[in-house]
Design a protein around this ligand. Structure first.
Ligand code: CMC
Length: 391
């Protein structure tokens, strides 16, 4: 009609103003509240980054301790929540379980319905950040048939998650500091990425004033797709399928073939038309983790060679397709012991911080209204109803 801008996929529409994350896709720059992702992932911790995203500034030592204590206080989930898991098949995809269980939290926290009260919003945010590791670890435990483990608040956020996932009641679990550091870094690298599909979903769901726990379930659903967070699972499955470097050209040829729906998973990005800075850190971390754990995964060789061959290919150069955050992460997660089905769950756990920060920012923004895109109607014009027996 000309009254609306047609912008499928919102490639050129800014849906909001934001002070949280800055991306320069041409230069491969990612800043959280002004701090470069390289510095945060090398020197900071996930808890500190969570505070930064949520509150706008890095915490002082006292603020940091206070925040960690507050999050620890909320790590347990209601005992009744465990029953939700038992309703799922054992072979349910853990992302399906996450959608259901996180959505169900909305039924446990009716106080969160007053989203205009900043104190209530903060409590809901803390609860979400604190409970995601517990809920994610329970999804894993349910699949493998081991007992759920209660959180241990003497451990770090990430150490506690590792113990709840891989520990068993019969034995003392020792957190491996290399693994703890690597996973914490992976969490930092996934914490926020401005208005990506799942974050936009959380904002859109939240724009109606919906319960924040239900909004996060919407974000989890969106993240699950292979074009988004599901790419980390798809990328490792692809690398394993390729199996050895000699088979790479065949897969590159398929990715270039317009008649073949196959894409190189972990490659390409809507915003980055340069190397994803998170992939650079991730690649370095793979080396550190594999050597520290003494793991020799042939899939890393395949990944490095695939990257090299793709980057020297005209197709990928012209379309500016580079490895993204999901290309290397799976190799680390697999070395740590996570099954591929848990990869996107870990992404969801970390991105929860971004989701709650963006959700809070939206509610506080006086310019925000309910998200309601328009359309260009291309269907039938007015016509008369014909009774069933006359058709
Ligand atoms: N392999 C082969 N060709 C590709 C790929 C790829 N991975 N990605 C994009 N292209 C081609 C695509 O076919 C299109 O070609 P043409 O212009 O000839 O039609 C062109 O590049 C532009 O792609 P697009 O789909 O229009 O771009 P987009 O911005 O809509 O999509 C993307 C971005 C990330 C969904 C896409 O690159 C993709 O599907 N990548 C694989 C999945 C993936 O790794 N996703 C993770 C994204 S990063 C973090 C996250 O969100 O989890």
């Amino acid at each position: 009609s000309g009254r609306f801008t047609y912008d499928p996929g919102f490639t050129s529409t800014a849906s909001c103003e934001s002070k949280i994350t800055y991306i320069d896709g041409d230069e491969g720059v990612l800043l959280h509240r002004g701090y470069p992702i390289e510095q945060l992932s090398e020197q900071s911790s996930f808890m500190e980054v969570a505070y930064l995203l949520l509150r706008g500034e890095l915490p002082t030592p006292d603020e940091h301790d206070d925040f960690v204590r507050t999050i620890s206080r909320h790590t347990m989930v209601h005992e009744q929540l465990a029953m939700f898991y038992r309703g799922f098949r054992r072979d349910a995809h853990p992302m399906a379980i996450m959608c259901g269980v996180v959505g169900a939290l909305s039924a446990f926290y009716h106080d969160s319905t007053d989203i205009n009260d900043p104190a209530q919003r903060l409590i809901a945010s803390h609860r979400l950040i604190a409970k995601m590791p517990t809920i994610a670890a329970m999804a894993y435990k349910y699949a493998v048939g081991q007992p759920f483990l209660y959180p241990d608040n003497s451990l770090s956020y990430t150490g506690n998650f590792l113990r709840m996932t891989f520990g068993v009641p019969a034995e003392q679990y020792e957190v491996n500091p290399v693994v703890e550091k690597a996973l914490d870094r992976i969490f930092i690298l996934h914490a926020d990425h401005e208005q990506n599909a799942s974050t936009s979903t959380v904002r859109l769901a939240g724009s109606s004033g919906a319960n924040p726990f239900a909004c996060m379930a919407a974000g989890i659903a969106c993240l699950w797709g292979p074009a988004h967070g599901g790419a980390n699972e798809a990328a490792l499955n692809m690398l394993r399928e390729i199996g050895r470097p000699e088979r790479i050209p065949e897969f590159i040829a398929r990715a270039k073939d317009k008649n073949d729906p196959f894409r190189l998973m972990g490659f390409g990005h809507r915003v980055y038309k340069n190397y994803d800075p998170r992939a650079t850190v991730m690649q370095k971390t793979v080396r550190e983790v594999l050597s520290a754990l003494g793991v020799d995964d042939p899939v890393f060789e395949v990944a490095l060679r695939l990257e090299e061959l793709a980057l020297s290919d005209d197709y990928f150069a012209e379309k500016k397709l580079f490895p993204n955050v999901d290309f290397y992460s799976g190799i680390i997660l697999s070395a740590i012991g996570f099954p591929t089905t848990m990869f996107t769950v870990l992404f969801a756990l970390a991105r929860t911080v971004g989701w709650v920060a963006q959700w809070n920012e939206m509610i506080e923004d006086p310019e925000q209204k309910i998200g309601r895109p328009r359309q260009l109607y291309t269907g039938a014009t007015t016509r008369d109803y014909i009774p069933l027996d006359k058709r």
